[in-house]
Design a protein around this ligand. Sequence first.
Ligand code: NAP
Length: 243
Amino acid sequence: MKTALITGASRGIGAAAACALARDGWAVVVNYRSSREKAEALAAQIRQQGGVALAVCADIGDPDQVESLFETVESQLGTVGALVNNAGIAQQKLFTDITPTEWDELFRVDVKGVFLCCRRALPAMIRRQEGWIVNISSMWGQVGASCEVHYSAAKAAVIGLTKALAKETGPSGIRVNCIAPGVIQTEMNGHLSPEMLDALREETPLEMLGTPQDVAEAVRFLCSPEARFITGQVLGVNGGMVI
Ligand code: NAP
């Protein structure tokens, strides 16, 4: 059984991606930073349904914690065959109010975390001449969002990383793709009022908001043999909001 590591899988998009990959036969690693109970409960639920799942705590922006995350996974489930770089943080404020500390923290988690996990996963993938990496960016990384300049810049960096890494590792049989979700109903959007959510729904050509499952299905596809000829791409899962 191949192992898929999903960062930030205690809730939201990451949790749905872990369930989808488990249904597809992957042994899944449910990484989390602080939501231990939710991550353990999700792993237990997947095991109850006949799957293989392990919850592992690690701050993916910290090189030492990423190293111990991979050591734990390799000792219990073997090397990582698919890496879903999903963990992320967001913040809304005026550009001129963003402090250097806030800028660094957002890039530490949203960009350096992707770098650290890819860097640690790749040697084993290259040895096997096979691997799947799916990075979760955002439509704001494609078109920019007002009052989310650091988030938009970080998510644009993830798109650049995806394209360059796909070129570098394609000859080793590794597919590196990116998903750019639109508005997805998760805790990350918990600060939005019902009126704001209605306005976003109206702005979306399909006139609905996305669910974590909508993104999870795209992750599952990009980690499947059916996606064998796809690498370096940015797949919008956004109801048509960015085309
Ligand atoms: P969410 O509900 O806020 O969940 C975030 C997840 O990331 C949690 O599992 C959290 O773990 C984990 N996490 C945060 N910082 C971490 C760190 N340093 N190390 C390890 N795990 C960490 O977010 P979501 O909406 O599912 O978003 C998932 C991804 O999709 C993010 O990259 C986000 O930017 C992107 N995205 C979301 C939307 C949207 O509308 N929701 C749209 C576009 C892109 P704990 O629970 O332990 O804190």
